[in-house]
Ligand binder design. Structure first.
Ligand code: FES
Length: 114
């Protein structure tokens, strides 16, 4: 579903309802062929690639503590705000996407990956 109200958000794609995402919650969504993990940390929503850069692991099964996203397989930690690696064994940062809340939902700017 594409956000259609107002040109400012035209490139944003629906991820989930705001009410589905409590503090430190993670959800996964598929946009095109990519798996995206969406989380709420320190009151803000963030979106990043949903598969760890170290090996195949779905980050939705990990933990979000504030803005630190921990992989469930080998426990690498990423900063969900910018995708940077905070702790190995992963070495490659996650791709991140702009995420916003509007109209009671979380939206991802999939085209405008950061
Ligand atoms: S698969 Fe994520 S740290 Fe190894």
């Amino acid at each position: 579903m594409q956000h259609t109200e107002g040109s400012e958000y035209d490139s944003y794609i629906y991820a989930c309802s705001s009410s589905e995402l409590d503090e430190d919650d993670l959800i996964e969504c598929e946009i095109g062929i990519e798996t995206i993990v969406v989380g709420r940390g320190e009151g803000k929503v963030y979106a990043a690639q949903g598969i760890c850069t170290h090996a195949y692991s779905e980050l939705v099964d990990g933990e979000l503590d504030g803005t630190c996203l921990t992989c469930p397989l080998h426990f690498a930690c990423f900063d969900i705000r910018d995708g940077s690696v905070l702790e190995g064994p992963a070495e490659t940062p996650l791709r991140v996407y702009k995420a916003i809340e509007a109209d009671g939902a979380v939206w991802i700017n999939y085209e405008g990956g950061e």
